[in-house]
Write a protein that binds this ligand. Sequence first.
Ligand code: 5GP
Length: 132
Amino acid sequence: MPSIFTKIVRGEIPAHKVAETDEFLAFLDINPLAEGHTLAIPKKEIDYIFDIEDEHLAGLMAFAKRVAKAIEAVVPCERIGVSVIGLEVPHTHIHLIPINDIDDMNFSKPKLSPSPEELAELAAAIRREYEE
Ligand code: 5GP
């Protein structure tokens, strides 16, 4: 069965996309830890990040870097924290999270519940920066 993220890649379920290439996609996390929390994924469904072939993994990291710079330009923060967990969705995804403090990376914290309108507006702003 395809992962929820493969369904997003295929356009079968909606997501607030911020960046896309032939190989990679970035979209806002639906339950962010912080405003601007974004997931960068390979379109190819590979569960575990360290099963990704070297060149593809390097491409994913370079993509995540460019997305992080775009988030930074929109969301005031000290820097973008990076995390890979993958216990919930078995499709590699890099969490990119605007942080000011170590506690901002605490995945046990209550998540935010932004409205679809807020997510759409934020995604559009990040997309504009990414495309510049
Ligand atoms: P992990 O697998 O790294 O533990 O976490 C999966 C992440 O994916 C969570 O932060 C969760 O909020 C996010 N997520 C799960 N389902 C969806 C979805 O359908 N759309 C979006 N945009 N994010 C999702």
